[in-house]
Design a protein around this ligand. Structure first.
Ligand code: GTP
Ligand code: MG
Length: 398
């Protein structure tokens, strides 16, 4: 799974990305610090069921800390977008193509209102961050529209002449954007267009279709960043004005400070925790002490730094991912090499046993006979939807 970190310049996208990945890409208090996309790996938390077996797990793809598995999620940090990017403003929107594979977006905004639409610093409270949420939508719609309608009139005339289905044509064109055939069909149902005569679709028909596609297939969560310089009232107003897009207050700078200090063994902190502890005897400089005191104040005020929560809100809340643990022995929950609960998969809620088998391996999907629930030891039919945290053995033809 991949998540794109997007937004206008200078809001803290790279700081968020660095905090989530512990990489070290450039961050600076001016616009267009990032000029090419950065890629890295963050993680989301799911409960590890190893305690139910009274024995430790042997993680392969997701480390386990105190019963919590950290499941990798790919992240892309792109250059800042400005209003009019689709017409070439700022750095334009070419790099949006680097977000094709993203399942959803974490939009970072400046909740302190201290950067203008171009990312230049202005007096706090001058800029309304909800405007960023709305114009980013327009830029994203313009991006999808452009992909959707490349050579549209010509292509659509030939689709009509050949008597082909517009639905299939659009599905083929949009798979590159990680939009599923089902999402294309749903968007075509939601927007009243004449499916038999796509060459007659107006520009506004196409834009409405793009908007429906985007809403259904690329959900967004807003990270109300720089909350250390904002107020609960301002974040509340942003939430109201951004609805139905969820808003999570964040302080990326604090999260980055904590993750780095934790890596250096100066503090004990697990991302997402409401607080942290200074490690006994940690050799903190005065500067570090002051920085940590500020972080503590932010966490006290907002409950946590919010960064891990924002990512998880997107992955679990908006993208509706659940965890499943494939095993090869349903009694001991081990794989063929005796490793207990080696892997965790994130799959969309509603994923069937058969679809999960395909996710593990194409062969397993093709030769699927049935699945076995590791808790009840009951057989599950191919179309059985899996529950969150399920431990599953797939029985396949050899
Ligand atoms: N006060 C405060 N400043 C922050 C926070 N997060 C980031 N910043 C600062 O905001 C500035 C911009 O951060 P970046 O991460 O470079 O922003 P960006 O969105 O990647 O910017 P571009 O790459 O130019 O689009 C830097 O000076 C950061 O230190 C935060 O939570 N609070
Ligand atoms: Mg950046």
């Amino acid at each position: 799974m991949e998540v794109g970190v997007v937004g206008k310049p200078n809001v803290g996208k790279s700081t968020t990305f660095n905090a989530l990945t512990l990489l070290d890409v450039p961050m600076a208090p001016y616009p267009f610090t990032t000029t090419t996309p950065n890629r890295g790996v963050g993680a989301v938390r799911v409960a590890c069921p190893h305690a139910e077996k009274g024995a430790p797990c042997d993680p392969g793809n997701a480390k386990c800390l105190d019963g919590v598995r950290w499941v990798p999620v790919n992240l892309v940090d792109v250059p800042g977008l400005v209003p009019g990017a689709h017409e070439g403003k700022g750095l334009g929107h070419k790099f949006l193509d680097d977000l094709r594979a993203s399942a959803g977006f974490l939009q970072v905004v400046d909740a302190s209102g201290a950067t203008n639409p171009e990312g230049e610093i202005v007096a706090p409270g001058t800029s309304d961050p909800s405007e960023e949420v709305h114009w980013l939508e327009r830029e994203l719609v313009a991006w999808v529209t452009e992909i959707l309608t490349r050579d549209f009139a010509k292509t659509m005339r030939s689709v009509e002449l050949e008597g082909a289905k517009v639905e299939e044509f659009l599905q083929a064109r949009l798979t590159g954007l990680s939009i599923t055939p089902a999402e294309v069909s749903a968007a075509l149902r939601a927007v009243p267009v004449d499916r038999d005569r796509p060459s007659t679709w107006t520009a506004s028909d196409r834009a409405r279709l793009s908007e429906a596609l985007l809403r259904a297939s690329k959900p967004r969560v807003v990270s109300a960043n720089k909350c250390d310089r904002s107020t609960p009232e301002a974040v509340e107003m942003l939430s109201e004005r951004s609805a139905p897009i969820p808003v999570v207050p964040t302080c990326a700078e604090a999260e980055l400070t904590l993750r780095r200090a934790s890596r250096g063994n100066l503090v004990r902190y697990r991302p997402g925790d409401p607080t942290f502890e200074v490690a006994p005897g940690a050799p903190l400089s005065d500067r570090q002490e002051r920085a940590l005191a500020e972080v503590r104040a932010v966490m006290k005020r907002w409950g946590s730094t919010g960064v891990q929560a924002a990512l998880e809100r997107l992955v679990f809340g908006e993208l509706r991912q659940i965890s499943v643990f494939p095993v090869e022995d349903e009694a001991r929950w081990v794989d063929s090499r005796g490793r207990r609960l080696p892997d965790v998969l994130l799959v969309p809620a509603g994923t069937t046993a058969h679809a999960m088998a395909y996710r593990v391996h194409t062969d397993l999907g093709e030769n699927f006979i049935r699945a076995i629930d590791g808790r009840t030891h009951r057989a599950l039919a191919a179309e059985h939807p899996l529950s969150d945290g399920a431990v599953i053995r797939v029985v396949a033809r050899k």
